[in-house]
Design a binder for this molecule. Structure first.
Ligand SMILES: [Fe+2]
Ligand SMILES: [Fe+2]
Length: 359
């Protein structure tokens, strides 16, 4: 995100910050969420630090770039006055309160930190309101649970059905984690319930592809598609943890990532129903988990080598990209409802045109 701004942009934003009187506390507005900020306001913004970078201009003047997030969106703060001090003071993951002035350019609001040694305050995690950082899925969890149970009921193979029931219905701890986990920290579905929402959408898309291609010529296994789609990201229940200040990676998540964690979970769970399920079905479902990122460079140890694995990989790719593009459009419109282009998205490597149809 930071890379999309030239130094000239930052410097232009900086000019406004010289006009702030740090003692004018009565003028400072308390804002609830980052998405509620408006340009040209003196504000105190609370957010979680997700990145910080100490940099220098060509003339060797240091400045600190900080990216803050809450559940609504991210924002960049630029500190020209105490960059070294504040760089030493704050850590990535801290929740901080920043005093500054908002400036607007290139479709984005930025905070210019005021000239005050106490402009950045680190908050005690116990005093942070989790409501500010955890976003609930828009869709009702009960409806999502019904959808999940409906997909399981459609599975005809008794072994595969037993595996899905054992994981999603009988194992309370896995079920609970699957229903509440996010699917990411900030890429897509990065909110509680995001994992089940994403897994169900991937299943829906995979079944559409199955319907389009299930002619008589080559057999495609619908049951394996349902199981693979529902389980493809199951390792994320161990990869992420929800804390009062948002979503973080667990130690297991850092060390292994969700693909090996998911394969391990299926291997262990299938042991409990070994006599009911065919070994080749377990291996097929594990292959879908291992290959669902599609390419070795995207984190999969093998590429999809069955039609079912290809279908799940494509569906996963579609949902993660479309969900991200939609998020980006919503965030852009929150900043400026008249925007016609989204912000540049580093992961999608493009801006998205915002169409306004009124029918
Ligand atoms: Fe994944
Ligand atoms: Fe996924």
């Amino acid at each position: 995100m930071c890379d999309n701004y030239s130094l000239g942009d930052i410097l232009r934003g900086k000019i406004d910050s010289y006009n702030i009187d740090p003692n004018s506390k009565e003028k400072i507005n308390q804002v609830k969420l980052i998405s509620e900020l408006k340009p040209n306001e003196e504000v105190e913004v609370e957010g979680k630090v997700i990145s910080k970078r100490l940099q220098k201009t060509k003339s060797d003047k240091a400045f600190l770039l900080i990216t803050l997030v809450d559940k609504s969106q991210s924002i960049r703060a630029v500190d020209w006055y105490y960059p070294e001090e504040n760089n030493n003071k704050i850590q990535v993951g801290d929740v901080i309160k920043v005093k500054g002035k908002t400036v607007f350019f290139e479709n984005r609001i930025q905070i210019n930190v005021v000239n005050d040694i106490d402009s950045i305050e680190i908050l005690n995690p116990l005093e942070v309101n989790p409501e500010k950082y955890l976003r609930n899925s828009q869709t009702e969890l009960i409806a999502l649970t019904h959808k999940l149970e409906n997909y399981i009921s459609q599975v005809k193979n008794t072994g595969i059905k037993a595996l899905l029931k054992s994981i999603f219905i009988e194992n309370n701890s896995i079920r609970e984690m699957f229903l509440t986990s996010p699917a990411a920290i900030e890429v897509h579905h990065a909110y509680p319930n995001g994992l089940i929402e994403h897994s169900l959408k991937v299943t829906e898309l995979s079944l559409c592809l199955y319907e389009a291609y299930c002619e008589q010529d080559v057999y495609i296994n619908r049951d394996v598609i349902i199981a693979g789609s529902l389980l493809h990201d199951i390792g994320k229940i161990e990869e992420y943890i929800i804390t009062p200040t948002g979503i973080e990676k667990t130690e297991q998540g850092e060390l292994m990532g969700h693909i090996p964690l998911g394969a391990k979970l299926i291997y262990e769970e299938s042991k409990k129903i070994e006599e009911k399920i065919e070994k080749e079905d377990i291996e097929h479902i594990i292959h879908i988990i291992l290959s669902h990122h599609g390419e070795i460079e995207y984190g999969s140890p093998v590429v999809p080598k069955t039609l079912e694995a290809m279908i799940v990989n494509f569906s996963d790719n579609i949902d993660s990209k479309i969900a991200r593009a939609k998020e980006n459009i919503k965030n852009t419109l929150q900043i400026n409802e008249n925007s016609t282009w989204s912000e540049y998205d580093r992961r999608l490597d493009r801006k998205i045109k915002i169409e306004k149809y009124t029918d």
